[in-house]
Design a protein around this ligand. Structure first.
Ligand code: AMP
Ligand code: GLY
Length: 421
């Protein structure tokens, strides 16, 4: 049967990229996106539905009403709230970890203790639930030191403190904001890479390696953001390194989760620091990376629907995922002020936006914070577009992506000029 309906939950660039790749499957005829964005609104095989990503009941009703064959969850919040448990209790196939399994992301404290229990290489850390005890401990630590809030913090829960004053004030402010626990962590030195896989709980398939750029401004300056650009592959993830990561991180993680009765199904994002002593886990995310999804999905040549269906059913086959050998690079075009305050509602202009040319043989403009209105396509968020291009080399992909960026504009658009450098 080739008339499958898929529901993608979320509204970002990652969800546009996943939905776009799912829609390419010969088995899929329709991709519903809830709530979606201006990009998914304009895709021929897609349809936006005005149900919020945190409305678990509304989403399940939608899946039942529209006879959805598979739901794929984009963001972490519905996973941490138990959307997969809810869907599965109703017999609705849904790809993602259960609420308890999603603690690998939703609780840094849980993730750290889990890694310690299962001897998975990570930075040394100590958890505190009392400010006074944390304060004493911080005084004894070498600088820089890393302070992490427990619980989802929308990318704002980590401070790499260069000074004692900064470390103390970060820690105190996390407690004041209501985080019940704070981790004080050893600062690791090395280079970062993102390692993303999909698993049915036992078997897993690894996506091409990638690298994102978290700081807002060129030269890795400015505040941390959700990600200002990304590229794939990552030169750090050689086949040998991938094997090491599989053996020392992925297998013990999946086995450990299963042994603790919290089988982990879905996408797993392993944020790594590649140090001189080998790969160390910085963080787990229980979902695909954003904006890593954009270059990875542009390169993906496997049937993503089939892979996600199998993973959700607990029945992943042995085949490796296949990727376009060409590198891909995504430049995030953002609203001035992001990740702080910014204005929205600006009309987006440019040849790849008007008409149907948001996609070519070697590029795709994925949308994030956009909305389609009768007045045109308007900005509707901090990260607005991820202009993603393929090239024979990473430098070619970068040149191509920036050419397209230059043809797109709105008042207050900004982007980094050094993605992939
Ligand atoms: P996380 O959300 O845990 O990945 O942290 C966000 C960013 O903070 C990471 O991408 C790293 O750049 C940095 N970071 C987190 N933990 C450490 C650490 N232990 N050592 C050095 N940098 C870190
Ligand atoms: N790009 C980092 C993340 O998705 O968390």
């Amino acid at each position: 049967m080739s008339e499958r309906t898929v529901l993608v939950v979320g509204a970002g660039g990652r969800e546009h990229a996943l939905a776009w790749q799912l829609a390419k499957s010969p088995r899929v005829s329709r991709v519903l996106v809830a709530p979606g964005n201006g990009g998914t609104a304009n895709e021929p095989a897609m349809e936006n539905l005005a149900v919020r990503a945190d409305d678990l009941t509304g989403l399940a009703e939608l899946a039942e009403k529209r006879r959805v064959d598979l739901t794929v969850i984009g963001p972490e919040a519905p996973l941490a709230a138990g959307i997969v448990d809810h869907f599965e209790s109703l017999g609705l196939p849904c790809l993602g970890p259960s609420r308890l399994a999603a603690r690998l992301e939703s609780s840094k404290h849980f993730a750290k203790a889990f890694m310690q229990r299962h001897r998975i290489a990570t930075a040394k850390a100590q958890a505190f639930d009392q400010w006074t005890e944390a304060e004493d401990y911080i005084h004894e630590q070498p600088l820089p030191v890393v302070i992490k809030a427990d619980g989802l913090a929308g990318g704002k829960g980590v401070v790499v403190a260069e000074t004692l004053k900064e470390a103390l004030s970060a820690c105190e402010s996390f407690f004041k904001k209501g985080h019940s626990s704070v981790l004080v962590e050893e600062h690791l030195v090395g280079r970062e890479a993102s390692f993303i896989l999909v698993t049915d709980g036992r078997r897993f398939k690894v996506f091409a390696g990638s690298q994102d750029h978290k700081r807002a401004f060129d030269g890795d300056l400015g505040p941390n953001t959700g990600g200002m650009g990304a590229y794939s592959p990552s030169p750090l993830i050689t086949p040998k390194m991938a094997r090491t990561i599989n053996q020392t991180v992925v297998v013990p993680t999946l086995e450990g989760m299963a042994a603790e009765d919290t089988v982990y199904k879905g996408f797993l994002y392993v944020g790594l620091m590649i140090t001189d002593d080998g790969p160390r886990v910085l963080e787990f995310n229980c979902r695909f990376g954003d904006p890593e999804a954009q270059p990875i999905m542009l390169r993906c040549q496997s049937d993503l629907y089939e892979v996600c269906r199998q993973a959700a059913a607990g029945d992943l086959d042995e085949k490796d995922l296949v990727f376009d050998p060409r590198p891909a690079l995504a430049v995030v075009m953002a609203s001035r002020g992001y990740p702080g305050d910014y204005s929205t509602g600006h009309r987006i202009e440019g040849p790849p936006i008007e008409g149907l040319s948001t996609e070519g043989d070697d590029y795709k403009v994925f949308h994030a914070g956009t909305v389609q209105t009768p007045e045109g396509l308007l900005t509707n968020g901090g990260r607005v577009l991820a202009v993603t291009a393929l090239g024979e080399t990473l430098a070619d992909a970068r040149t191509r992506a920036y050419e397209i960026c230059e043809s797109i504009s709105w008042p207050g658009a900004f982007y980094r000029r050094d993605i992939g450098q």
